[in-house]
Structure formats: structure tokens, C-alpha cells
Design a protein around this ligand. Structure first.
Ligand SMILES: [Zn+2]
Length: 292
């Protein structure tokens, strides 16, 4: 056997590294057969080249002071997780609803606008002929939400916050990188996924009982489109006021909604599967054990 000179060997090794397929994401996907039943976890291997991560409504501000504070707290950990996912080859979509015009001059916004029109297998919730861009709860798919958010869920303890137009852009703590896309539109999101042959979609951001389920790029729509969907459950929050039923603390309320998603829509996993670090936890979550 001919011995390769060291330089050639180095060249061959470099070539092999670049040609070898991207390493799969190994995700511990948790789901439930019953709302109150035990969770089961299955390990899934997802090809990062066929996976998108969608960041829902991580705005710069919120009408509820507590909700705004929690977004500021979660954003650095989310940004770090997104960075690692991006490095692995996952396609990142920033989706700060109603604020994408703020980004009209950016390459991330043009990437979404220029994606070729793809015909969805079902009418998308953003389709103008349906007159809505929201995927409402669907009794064919799900039971009622386990928390009462009919007061819109301000969790502030003293004065309750007044609903106002608060957000203008995505929070600055989350970086836009080359190759990322920016859209809040169901059709544009579907075009981007189709163009890249993406079958797996990770959802994160806020708020799980509202936008992360209902937006036209979010969980209900992606499940109905037949994607493999997973919620990154430590990178989300809810609008839930503990004074409302079922009268649990805010973070237990979030865990209940995670359970609802795991039962009716899609499995969940934690950022630990991407970062190797313990899952994110809010500082105000003083429960002894989290719903992890
Ligand atoms: Zn509030």
C-alpha cells in the first residue's frame, strides 16, 4: 500500500470532513396519549438540512410588563441555542408577527419574499380567501386549553396591564444571520420550507397558548401541512394569569399548555438537546422541580 505524503493526507481528511453528511440532531421528543397521563419520550434523529427553527413573536416589548420582562430574560438563552442550531445547518426563520416591515431592507426579508410560490396541500390560514391569518383551535384536533386566558393573561401581581400596541420589531438580543429568513406569513414560510425540502419544523418563542399555536407559520398550521413538528418547551412562555382557572402559578400554567400540545399537536423537547446545557428556566420559577 502506498503511503500518502502528510500534506495529501491532510487534504483527504479535510475533504472527507466537508463531504460527510451533517450530523443528525438527536432530539428526545416527549408526547402524551392523555392530558393527565404519563409522558413518553422517543429519541428522534433529524437531518439538520431538512429542519427549520421558527422563532415566534419574540418582540421588543409587550403590553404586559411581566411578559415583556420574561422575553428579555429568555432571549439570550434562545439566541445561544439558535446560534448552535444554525451552525449545525438548521434553517432559521424569524417571525415577529406584524413587525416584518421593520426589516424590509434586510437580506433576511428578501429571502422570504423571493422564495418561489409553492402550492400547499391544504388551504393555508394566511390565504386571503379564508379571510384570516390565524389557525383557531380546532375541536377535530384538540380539547379546550387547560388554562383560562380569556382575560388575555396579564400575570402582573399589582396593577393589571392595559392592552396596547407595544411591539415594533424583534428583540435586539436575537441575532439575524446570513442565510436566515424573516417572515410572519404562512405562504412565505411554506415557500421557504418547500424550496429547501424541509420536513421538520421546530417552534419556539411566545406565547404558547396563543401565537405559538395559532399563527399561520406556527404549530397548528405546520402540523396540518404534514410537517414533523416539535416544540422547544423551555424556550416558550404563556399569557396566563394565576388568578384565573385552574389557579396554578404562572409556570405550572405554561407546563399545562405544553402538556396540551404534547397530547393534541406535537411532541416537545428542551434546548438541552441542542446545547448540552441544562434547559432554560425563568428566575421567578421558584418551584422545586420544573415540568422538565
Ligand atoms: Zn402585566
Amino acid at each position: 500500500m502506498k503511503i500518502l505524503p502528510p500534506l495529501t493526507l491532510a487534504f483527504v481528511l479535510t475533504l472527507m470532513t466537508h463531504l460527510s453528511p451533517a450530523e443528525d440532531l438527536v432530539l428526545s421528543l416527549r408526547s402524551r396519549a392523555d392530558v393527565d397521563g404519563a409522558a413518553t419520550t422517543n429519541v428522534a434523529r433529524w437531518d439538520p438540512d431538512k429542519t427549520a427553527l421558527i422563532i415566534c413573536d419574540m418582540w421588543d416589548d409587550h403590553w404586559c410588563k411581566s411578559a415583556a420582562r420574561r422575553v428579555v430574560e429568555m432571549a439570550p438563552a434562545l439566541n445561544e441555542t439558535v446560534k448552535l442550531a444554525r451552525e449545525r445547518g438548521v434553517f432559521i426563520i424569524h417571525a415577529p408577527s406584524t413587525c416584518v416591515d421593520f426589516y424590509k431592507e434586510t437580506p433576511q426579508r428578501s429571502l422570504a419574499q423571493k422564495a418561489a410560490l409553492a402550492k400547499a396541500p391544504i388551504p393555508l390560514s394566511s390565504s386571503p380567501r379564508w379571510g384570516t391569518s390565524w389557525c383557531w383551535p380546532d375541536p377535530k384536533f384538540e380539547g379546550v386549553l387547560p388554562i383560562d386566558d380569556s382575560d388575555m393573561g396579564c400575570s402582573c401581581e399589582e396593577a393589571k396591564c392595559e392592552i396596547r400596541e407595544a411591539w415594533t420589531r424583534q428583540i435586539k438580543l436575537i441575532d439575524l444571520a446570513e442565510g436566515d429568513a424573516m417572515t410572519d406569513d404562512g405562504q412565505e414560510a411554506f415557500n421557504l420550507l418547500t424550496e429547501r425540502g424541509i420536513e421538520n419544523v421546530i417552534l419556539c418563542g411566545v406565547h404558547l397558548n396563543m401565537c405559538v399555536l395559532g399563527r399561520p407559520f406556527a404549530i397548528r398550521q405546520m402540523v396540518k401541512l404534514g410537517k414533523n413538528v416539535a416544540l422547544m418547551r423551555d424556550m416558550t412562555d404563556t399569557m396566563y394569569n394565576p388568578e384565573r382557572p385552574p389557579g396554578v402559578d404562572h409556570f405550572t400554567g405554561t407546563d399545562l399548555v405544553v402538556g396540551h400540545v404534547e397530547r393534541f399537536w406535537c411532541p416537545s423537547f428542551t434546548s438541552k438537546d441542542l446545547t448540552g446545557k441544562p434547559p432554560f428556566r425563568f428566575g421567578e420559577d421558584d418551584r422545586k422541580s420544573s415540568g422538565e
